[in-house]
Design a protein around this ligand. Structure first.
Ligand SMILES: [Fe+2]
Length: 107
């Protein structure tokens, strides 16, 4: 692992040794990865919001989901700030084939 690999290990708080190939892929696609990360933070907030509406009769679940919505939106804003700091425009990304393929295997 090179110096960039060590930087990624620290920056991403990776807990186990990670193949250099992965670092090269991250390094070559960092803008898209950060944009993708922002979308996932937003998606996590949306999933918690859906559960908030689905379990309206449970105050315990409603409070827990509201906390998650706020936390994930805060993460979303943090990633948007990081994108802006790096001069990266937040935008739509083409959907990957990974999700539907995984879903077809699991379900
Ligand atoms: Fe998050």
């Amino acid at each position: 692992m090179g110096a960039k690999g060590v930087i990624f290990m620290v920056m991403l708080n990776l807990q186990i040794p990670t193949p250099s190939r992965w670092f090269l892929q991250v390094d070559g696609n960092l803008n898209e990865i950060l944009i993708d990360h922002a979308h996932y933070e937003k998606k996590a907030a949306g999933a918690a919001m859906n559960l908030l509406f689905a379990y309206v009769d449970s105050t315990k679940i409603s409070r827990a989901m509201a906390e998650i919505v706020n936390e994930e939106l805060e993460h979303f804003q943090m990633v948007l700030d990081l994108l802006a700091h790096r001069g990266i425009q937040f935008r739509k990304l083409s959907p990957s084939h990974y999700g539907p393929r995984l879903h077809s295997i699991v379900f």
